[in-house]
Design a protein around this ligand. Structure first.
Ligand SMILES: NC(=O)c1ccc[n+]([C@@H]2O[C@H](COP(=O)([O-])OP(=O)(O)OC[C@H]3O[C@@H](n4cnc5c(N)ncnc54)[C@H](OP(=O)(O)O)[C@@H]3O)[C@@H](O)[C@H]2O)c1
Length: 270
């Protein structure tokens, strides 16, 4: 039986809603008239206003650090016993520099946000969806998950986890009416690079970064259409495809060119 729908309704929970792709997902769910629970680890005033302007039935905000058990518990508490119709597991961040130079607290925080906290949230909300045989989960992975990622090593590895996790969870739920879709963006014009201290990288300096509104729309539509995954944008589809067929060592070197700080490159032997 088709699990395709034309629009969302009911309660949608969106993590990483304060900016970028999450803010755009928020506007889309609001335009469908959903009640929203928005979460991020900083201020959500702008997201709340944007959601109300776009037509959300209601908006609640939960400011919490999803890298911590306390943060995940705060979001789960806010949801309480309510039925979640759609979960947008979107919060995530990266971090620059070579792995051995990276601060351990930052490494832990990337893994805890992108993987542990996100997976914990999905398990709790997903169990309730399975119990009533209804619900949709959009996981924001990345085309970075197709690539061994020098100078974004921990980040890319978390996204490889989430890309695979998403497709595997979808398979576990294939005989139910719970839909799991993975959104895999490429380089997108958001706060991501600033937060990851990557402003000095070729990726960040690119003038062909994707529009977060378009990326969010691709993910949102794929979720409604019951697609297993969507790589947003033609060039990103090509990049992901080549990353899957080229030798990993070649892909790693290509990624290095994109992510390594430009100032560091200047000091490398030719
Ligand atoms: N931009 C890209 O090139 C790109 C490419 C592929 C995939 N992605 C993925 O897309 C998703 C959204 O990122 P974006 O590009 O839209 O970047 P963004 O503008 O920096 O948004 C990231 C969102 O995640 C939230 N967040 C980060 N760490 C958190 C934590 N520990 N607890 C709670 N919230 C946290 C941020 O909240 P605060 O702002 O409050 O900190 C923000 O709302 C991420 O999963 C990212 O990995 C991005």
């Amino acid at each position: 039986m088709s699990r395709k729908i034309d629009k969302l309704n009911g309660l949608a929970v969106i993590t990483g809603a304060s900016s970028g792709i999450g803010l755009e997902l928020t506007k889309l769910a609001a335009a469908d008239g959903c009640a929203l629970i928005l979460s991020a680890d900083t201020d959500l005033t702008e997201a709340e206003r944007a959601a109300k302007d776009a037509g959300a039935a209601s908006v609640e905000t939960v400011q919490c650090d999803l890298a911590t058990e306390r943060g995940v518990a705060a979001l789960l508490d806010a949801i309480g016993k309510r039925e979640v119709d759609a979960l947008f597991a979107n919060a995530g961040h990266g971090g620059d520099v070579a792995f051995l130079d990276q601060d351990w607290q930052e490494v832990e925080h990337i893994i805890a946000t992108n993987v542990s906290g996100t997976v914990r949230l999905i398990q709790d909300v997903g169990r309730a969806m399975r119990a009533r045989n209804r619900g949709r989960i959009l996981i924001t992975g990345s085309i970075a998950g197709h690539m061994p990622g020098p100078f974004q090593l921990v980040y890319n590895s978390t996204k490889a986890f989430m890309n695979d996790f998403s497709v595997g969870l979808r398979n576990e739920l294939k005989d139910t009416d719970v839909v799991v879709t993975c959104l895999q963006p490429g380089v997108t014009d958001t706060n991501f690079f600033q937060r990851a201290h990557m402003l000095d990288s070729q990726a960040s300096k690119s003038d062909s970064k994707d529009d977060p509104a378009k990326v969010a729309k691709d993910g949102y539509q794929a979720l409604l259409a019951d697609d297993d995954l969507v790589v947003s944008g033609f060039m990103n589809k090509m990049q992901a495809m080549f990353a899957d067929v080229l030798p990993d060592s070649v892909v790693a070197q290509m990624h290095r060119k994109l992510a390594e700080p430009e100032s560091r490159k200047e000091n490398e032997p030719a």
